[in-house]
Design a protein around this ligand. Structure first.
Ligand code: GLV
Ligand code: MN
Ligand code: MN
Length: 418
């Protein structure tokens, strides 16, 4: 890389001030943030980001899916755009690093390059994708950009139809707008996302940077076990059709099965609802959300059919009816080999140790990889904690990640793929 580029570094003080400012928006008071998509806190974070973009003299852009971005145009006409970014929404009561770190690092990269007056042959765009965490529609912003959403997906969104309509109204968006956010792949030079690892490996091995190779496949179902409501005190135990038994037996057996038979895969039941839901009624229905993840498509398919069979078996065992409603499925995706090489070279040139990593978490980069070369840079997560206020990454590691993002951006923007 040319010398005038290799000396460029993130402005540490400004980056940290921004990170502290965004961490206060929706702060849950225990080190975490509560910023689900289009909540008041999320809308406030988006407004703050817009202001920072405008303060930096970058062009603010908003697309129909609510993605916010800062744009730095290059002097060449019809140049492609290199996207950098992540998301400002969080899971309910989540951590302050997941997503926000990558958005602020992207903004900082654009500011540093803008201030240095570099003339790159590529436009740069720092983007905050809407609803990455899938409160309304799984990875709504990046899926819209990739053209992976249809009217059908919006008619039956993961978070329910009324939550979607309410969220869109709050953000001043509409369904037609979401579909219009699709980008022409030929306008994109690539995508880079900096993110915390959300797992323990980098910390355990005392490594600075993870270069993401593959990202997990994921599949979601609603399972509903139905039995019969009865009086809890007068119905003999052996005469009950208790829906909670089918659900809990399934949850325990699914966990054991995946632990023992599906290496590198996960199953999670993050929500269970019992109905009618009173202490003195035998539960008639148990509805749960089943999430499964696997690193290869074949394994994901096998895991899906095995777990559905297990749910059927448990329903039959407890004399319950089972309804399995498919919600969504995303196949695993590989990060671009050339971009992986760029990230490795960027880390090495900064004297940082690195390793290839598989990501068990889902990210916008997985979706954007469908339309252009994409890559991800991971930095260590203390104790591997994430989706929790315990999420923490030492500032030195955040700075390392942001400088790798800057260095990799310069390499990609000037087409130094290797
Ligand atoms: C995104 O955070 C995921 O659920 O993996
Ligand atoms: Mn997350
Ligand atoms: Mn994230």
């Amino acid at each position: 890389m040319e010398d005038k580029f290799s000396d460029l570094r993130i402005n540490a003080e400004r980056f940290q001030q921004d990170f502290e400012a965004i961490s206060h928006i929706g702060s849950s008071g225990d080190g975490g943030v509560d910023r689900p998509a289009f909540s008041d806190a999320h809308l406030a974070a988006r407004t703050w980001f817009r202001q920072r973009i405008e303060d930096a003299g970058l062009t603010f852009r908003l697309d129909g899916a609510g993605n916010h971005s800062g744009f730095l145009k290059c002097s060449a006409e019809n140049a492609p755009t290199l996207l950098l970014g992540s998301h400002l929404d969080s899971v309910p009561k989540g951590g302050r690093f997941d997503g926000a770190l990558g958005v602020l690092a992207a903004l900082e990269v654009l500011r540093v390059i803008h201030e240095a007056g570099l003339h790159l042959p590529t436009n740069l765009e720092a983007i905050d994708f809407s609803d990455e965490e899938g409160r309304l529609v799984g990875l709504m912003g990046s899926n819209a950009v990739a053209g992976s959403l249809s009217e059908k997906d919006l008619a039956k969104p993961a978070g329910g139809r009324s939550a979607l309509l309410d969220g869109l109204l709050r953000a001043g968006l509409n369904e037609a707008g979401i579909l219009s956010a699709k980008r022409d792949p030929s306008t994109l030079a690539g995508f880079l996302e900096l993110h915390i690892e959300q797992g323990p490996r980098l910390e355990q091995e005392s490594l600075d940077i993870g270069v993401v190779t593959t990202m997990t496949g994921i599949c979601l179902y609603n399972l509903k076990f139905t039995g019969r409501a009865d009086h809890s005190g007068t119905t003999p135990m052996h005469q009950r059709l208790d829906a909670s038994l089918g659900a809990s037996n399934f949850v325990l057996s699914a966990s054991t099965m995946v632990t023992e038979k599906f290496l590198n895969c996960t199953v999670n039941v993050g929500s269970i609802e019992l109905m009618p839901g009173a202490s003195n009624i035998v539960p008639q229905c148990a509805s749960l959300i089943l999430e499964l993840r696997a690193p290869e498509l074949d394994t994901l398919n096998r895991l899906e059919s095995t777990l559905l069979e297990l749910a059927n078996h448990k329903a039959g065992y407890h004399k319950l009816k089972l309804e399995a409603e498919f919600i969504e499925k995303h196949p695993p995706n590989t990060m671009d080999i050339g971009v992986q090489g760029v990230i490795r070279n960027a880390a090495s040139s900064l004297g940082l140790s690195h390793i290839n990593l598989y990501s068990g978490a889902f990210h916008d980069a997985e979706v954007i990889a469908r339309i252009c070369p994409a890559g991800m840079i991971f930095v260590p997560s203390q104790g591997g904690a994430s989706h929790s206020p315990r999420e923490f990454t030492p500032w030195k590691d955040c700075m390392n990640g942001a400088n790798v993002l800057l260095n990799a951006t310069l390499r990609l923007a000037t087409s130094q793929i290797n």
